[in-house]
Design a binder for this molecule. Structure first.
Ligand SMILES: Nc1ncnc2c1ncn2[C@@H]1O[C@H](COP(=O)(O)OP(=O)(O)OP(=O)(O)O)[C@@H](O)[C@H]1O
Ligand SMILES: [Mg+2]
Length: 455
């Protein structure tokens, strides 16, 4: 057993010394106090794991001390020393939160057993606290789904987050994000911005394919009044608007060849000139670009300038399609259900476990965007508080509920949840109110989950 820090509080010096010697011998760290005031001072200086507390003390008695200490220091476990045969005090001590009690005269074997039991209890509850933390982390993640958070904690997603964090730290490196449509490239770009020192600057997205070629230069670099017909005022371009922040050029492969040359020059010189202007301004933006086309092949086939390609591609991040990271699907569904239920003001409490199974064989050609749309539609179709496989049936992509057995790893979240709930119930001897508190969820929500998992 790991050494525990034990504070012994007793007014009889003989008992203090005996306990100190014995507990030190069996490997613990012991400190002593002769009365309540001294005990409180000792606890300020050093938090003990266990308080061994005599019930009969001068000034205030041990029970009163227990009553004041326990609510304030719930993680300090208390072993009470009571008089021989004084069951009433023993029971009161346990009700006030003591973990164990010893009767006088003390038998060292009983002391050892009580300390061991309590140590075991401490280890368990610490482990549970860690579980609880990750659980509330998980529910926070679910709550944040409405924002721009990247959802998914599978291996691929963790790898992606790692790359994002690393490249975010190197401020000026251009990033090229590739991946199929709907995989979350824009979210990745926003994530890099948020992780970088430019987080207080803006994130300025520009969809290259949405700007007519004739307006592109003025959009990106700005113009002065009279630079061309219709230019009635001076106007800054995206590079200026994004100053101090991130310029996100989406669908970069759609950039016309002449404009590829213009963009390359700006990136090389790190200066822009507004159309029709004389002076130039320095460029202080980080460039992140994205495409769902095969930019490598296009470059090889001379459809994209290779010098620009190398500028943009200083750091490559590839976002894998959803079908290659199916382990993220349950969490994504859970988060999107939360998001759309809130938006549509619906009380959906349960996702039928068969939903995950029913989607197991679906290839998701539209990736996360498709899944998100499916969930939105399902939430619209759902009238009760339970989302069912039939809510996910669509004309274009029939989802086969009989595929339930093929659920594979997609039930990960559920089994984690189930395990957490079981642990909490075990730890609290089936007391639901306490278990709910441990899990940081409401009693109702625990009940719902227990029903869902038939616990
Ligand atoms: N990991 C994710 N977590 C949460 N939402 C996601 C995730 N990936 C994608 N989405 C959502 O899916 C939708 C599509 O994402 P996004 O616009 O980033 O895709 P994209 O890769 O840029 O697609 P396209 O190539 O079509 O522009 C968005 O609504 C986005 O919020
Ligand atoms: Mg996009």
């Amino acid at each position: 057993m790991e050494p525990l820090k034990i504070l012994v509080v007793d007014d009889e010096p003989r008992i203090r010394e005996e306990l100190e010697e014995f507990l030190t011998d069996i490997g613990h760290r012991v400190f002593l106090a002769g009365g309540p005031a001294e005990a409180l001072r000792a606890m300020e200086a050093r938090t003990p794991d266990i308080l061994v507390l005599d019930i009969k003390l001068p000034e205030t008695d041990g029970l009163t001390l227990l009553e004041t200490v326990k609510p304030r220091r719930p993680d300090v476990e208390v072993i009470m020393i009571t008089g021989h045969g004084d069951m009433e005090s023993a029971i009161r001590a346990m009700r006030l939160g003591a973990t164990d009690y010893l009767q006088k005269p003390l038998r060292l074997n009983d002391v050892r057993a009580a300390v061991e039991r309590t140590g075991k209890f401490i280890r368990l509850s610490r482990r549970l606290q860690a579980v609880e933390r990750s659980y509330s982390l998980l529910s926070r993640e679910v709550k944040e789904a409405g924002g721009h958070r990247l959802i998914g904690r599978g291996k691929a997603m963790r790898g992606l987050l790692d790359l994002m964090t690393r490249v975010a730290a190197s401020d000026d490196t251009s990033v090229l994000i590739t991946g199929e449509s709907g995989t979350g490239k824009e979210l990745v770009a926003r994530g890099i911005h948020r992780l970088s020192v430019r987080r207080d600057g803006c994130f300025y997205p520009v969809n290259v394919s949405a700007i007519p070629e004739s307006l592109f230069e003025s959009e990106l670099f700005g113009h002065v009044k009279g630079a061309f017909t219709g230019a009635s005022t001076d106007r800054a371009g995206c590079f200026e608007y994004a100053r101090g922040g991130v310029l996100f050029l989406d669908e970069i492969c759609d950039l016309a060849p002449a404009l590829q040359a213009r963009l390359l020059r700006v990136l090389e010189e790190r200066r822009v000139r507004r159309l029709g202007a004389h002076g130039e301004k320095s460029v202080d933006v980080r460039l992140i670009s994205a495409t769902n086309r095969d930019i490598d092949e296009m470059t090889a086939a001379d459809q994209f300038r290779s010098d620009l390609y190398h500028r943009l591609n200083a750091f490559r991040i590839h976002v894998p399609p959803l079908r290659e990271r199916r382990e993220d699907i349950p969490l994504l569904i859970e988060c999107f259900v939360g998001l759309f239920a809130k938006k549509q003001k619906k009380q959906i409490h349960v996702i039928d476990p068969h939903v995950f199974g029913a989607l197991a064989g679906h290839p998701f050609p539209g990736n996360v965007r498709e899944l998100k749309n499916m969930v939105e539609r399902a939430v619209i179709l759902c009238d009760g508080d339970r989302l069912l496989p039939r809510h996910f049936q669509t004309g274009s992509a029939p989802v086969d509920p009989s595929a339930a057995s093929a659920a594979e790893g997609s039930l990960d979240l559920e089994s984690t949840e189930k395990r957490l709930i079981r642990t909490a119930l075990d730890r609290t001897d089936g007391n639901k109110a306490q278990a709910a508190r441990l899990l940081n969820i409401s009693w109702q929500s625990l009940n719902r989950r227990m029903k869902k998992y038939r616990l």
